[in-house]
Ligand binder design. Sequence first.
Ligand code: C2E
Ligand code: CA
Ligand code: CA
Length: 632
Amino acid sequence: MFGVFAIGAIWSATTYGVESAVDRAVTRDALEDAQLWGSHIAQRVPDLENLIETGRPDTAQLEAMAEMRAVGNIFRFKLFSPDGRLAFTSDDMFRARYTGVAEVADPAALLVAATGDANVKIFRGSGGGGLFDHYAQVLIPLLDAEGSQRAIVAVYVDQTQTSAYFEESFSAFGMMVSVFCMLIFVVPSLAFYLQRIIAQRSRRDAEFLARFDPLTGLLNRREFTKQVSEVMAEGRLTCLGYLDIDHFKSINDTRGHAVGDDYLAHVAERIRAACGPGDLVARFGGDEFVIGFRATEKDGVIERIRDILKSCAQDVQVQDVRISASVSIGLADVAPGDTLDATLKKADAALYHAKAAGRNDFAFYGNEMGEQLRKRRALEDRLREAVQSEHFDIHYQPLVCGKSHALIGHEALLRLSDQDGHPIPPSEFIPMAEELGLIEEIGNWTLRTAMQQMATLGQQTMLAINLSTVQFESGELVNTVREALSETGFPARLLELEITESLLLDDSTFVEMQIDALKEMGVTIAMDDFGTGFSSLSYLWKYGFDRLKIDRSFVAALDENPKRSREIIESVVMLGAKLNMKVTAEGVETPEQSALLSSLGCDVLQGYLYGRPSALAMTEPGKLDDADRDAG
Ligand code: C2E
Ligand code: CA
Ligand code: CA
């Protein structure tokens, strides 16, 4: 607003400035013309005094005046007596228009006579008897040689062209000046204005960030805590829900973080849509969402929860990627006197329960769940502590030749026990270590320690070590393996790394490069738990594994569904032979299974029948015959 006003003011000032500059130039020009013309008339018109006295020009005087028509831009003139009375008025042809001397003095002529100063007046528009747009009326005294006034002459100068010329040049200059002024004014004010907008925006952003989660637009933890505490204090909070996306980590790992982020926003939208207007929805970070259900019957809450579960379980297209996922929800009722913190812990325990019960479902908190959550927390603590003080152990399970059943190597299996010495199954602590971001450190320790132990025992047999997909993320794996090999002196050709198919899901060249580099060192790569995941032929072809490990569920199924399992195992062995991969069968528990698997052509067998994982597995240091070597 102010800017518009200022620009207007600059414009008017410039226009006014140009106009008065033109007027001044025109005035000076007209005065010069008039003075020149006045001196001409004084010299050329004979007996001027007589003409002024009588007001009647004679022929000689008229001829002299007619000749002067060509001089300058003068288109009319008047002669006054030194006392200011009009004596002669010319027409455009410089002929006399009236004759005789006026009775009364003309005030303007009188003024000039009195002061001796010229008087110039500029007329614009339809003056000059309609002839000229712009003309000047100049009154000057005509002086004699002694400097006394002979007459006053009024000269009318056509300044149309002169003023047009001046106007043109002054306007161009004025335009430059006004553009310059505008720049001087406009640039800083624009900068100021922009700065204000930016400041306003960043203040708004900061205010938003202080209260909301930028990714989903939901409340953040702080704002949620503030708002929900108020609702709780008024006794209007029915229940709290803790929601978490099932296997979100693998979506993030395999599909990339951008897809993960978009998927989070999608889930936030689904939750929002299913909740009532009075419910409070927040993202606490990662894939954790919290809902405060306000003043609703429990049935209403369950209905909303079911809506959320249903809509989140539907496939969704995110950035050209189809995502099939689900969420789990833990719920805790709010009783009078409950604190937010305690209720959140209960909802979290219920969530853990819902996850353990198979996911894609909800669970209300029951008293027994507190105990489970306590256990989970204890496990988390134990795991962190174990990483700090290397409480892990490695057990080794024998691998035997499919034909001779001679020992050809071991698979290293990680072991951890709780404070009381009870073993914690790897299926519990490994996923948790992955979740807590501890697996890389643990995995590196396992690699070094297993190779070290094997090398110390002088074992010349194969060592298989499991890798978590997470160990491929930092890009450090290849170096870690290389260093461990050189530090321990364990031969690379005896090391086999087992990976699972989930690693290959995203088809990333990053993983491919690492696998290639490992193979380059002479390390072999096995595809673990084959048959339980996607078992895509394209992975097998692309990554060129050295071995397939048939999951033990197929071996176990030989007892229940012999025909079908046998066919599957046969096909895998054939596939291995065609693609030049060795085949290991896991979970061999009975001599019948062993005999069958041998007859089907499995290269290596592994299972309780040959030995449980144990710290003492290495009884007979490596004596391999040729057939065994071949199987490994
Ligand atoms: P896995 O790699 O498939 O390891 C084989 C699992 O089958 C081991 O379970 C082993 O004890 C068990 N097993 C071997 N023979 C038999 C049998 O005849 N019958 C039955 N019922 N089970 C048998 P464990 O030691 O509990 O390990 C479970 C999983 O934990 C492993 O499955 C592996 O995926 C993971 N794991 C173990 N150690 C490590 C490790 O150091 N790093 C990583 N990333 N994962 C590990
Ligand atoms: Ca394995
Ligand atoms: Ca396995």
